[in-house]
Design a binder for this molecule. Structure first.
Ligand code: M7G
Length: 180
């Protein structure tokens, strides 16, 4: 008997291809809805640290596209955890990404778990990023609670910023909406 997760989730892989549009590079991989299927998937795919620069993994609730344009992301934002390659090992990155995945699919934010849309890891040249996307940037209480729990679970030292997708898109994010 498998152990059902509270929500069904979908894994996306962003395969960097300069000849294609951003959304065309966002490849749908598969869905999972039990603990056992999550581990089967996790053990089957490349570790995040082994992905080529420019790649992303995104895990979103089923039915939410991993993009700003989705109706459930439109008014939302993300907690961004920058991971400088200079002081973050591949092992640390993989461990933090797994911890964030388990936190999110395990609904680790009490009642605020409903606010979570998904999680993303961006593999980049100098600075990888892990981000948790939530659906309503105006819900300060939920946003802050989620941020504090994530920081603690990841053992992340340093300040993290929450950016509204609207600001990220328009690049008018002089100041983050929240910090913790
Ligand atoms: P990124 O991959 O999130 O971060 O955004 P990076 O700057 O560290 O590489 C890079 C670019 O990808 C953005 O400037 C957009 O052109 C495009 N992009 C990223 N996201 C998350 C979206 C999205 O949700 N929708 C659309 N249309 N483009 C996006």
């Amino acid at each position: 008997e498998k152990h059902p997760l509270q929500n069904d989730w979908h894994l996306w892989y962003y395969k960097p291809d300069k000849n294609k549009q951003w959304h065309e590079n966002q490849l749908s991989v598969t869905s999972f809805s039990t603990v056992e299927d999550f581990w089967a998937l996790y053990n089957h795919i490349e570790l995040a640290s082994n992905l080529q620069v420019g790649s992303d993994y995104s895990v979103f609730k089923n039915g939410i596209q991993p993009m700003w344009e989705d109706p459930r992301n439109k008014k939302g934002g993300r907690w961004v955890f920058p991971l400088n390659k200079k002081n973050t090992s591949a092992k640390d990155l993989d461990e933090m990404w797994l911890e964030v995945l388990l936190c999110v699919i395990g609904e680790g934010f009490d009642d605020e778990s409903d606010q979570v849309c998904g999680v993303v890891v961006n593999i980049r040249g100098k600075m990888d990023k892990i981000a948790v996307w939530t659906s309503d940037y105006k819900n300060a209480q939920a946003v802050l609670k989620i941020g504090r729990i994530l920081k603690q679970r990841m053992g992340y030292t340093g300040t993290v910023n929450y950016e509204a997708h609207e600001d990220t898109q328009s690049r008018q994010s002089n100041r983050p909406m929240y910090q913790c």
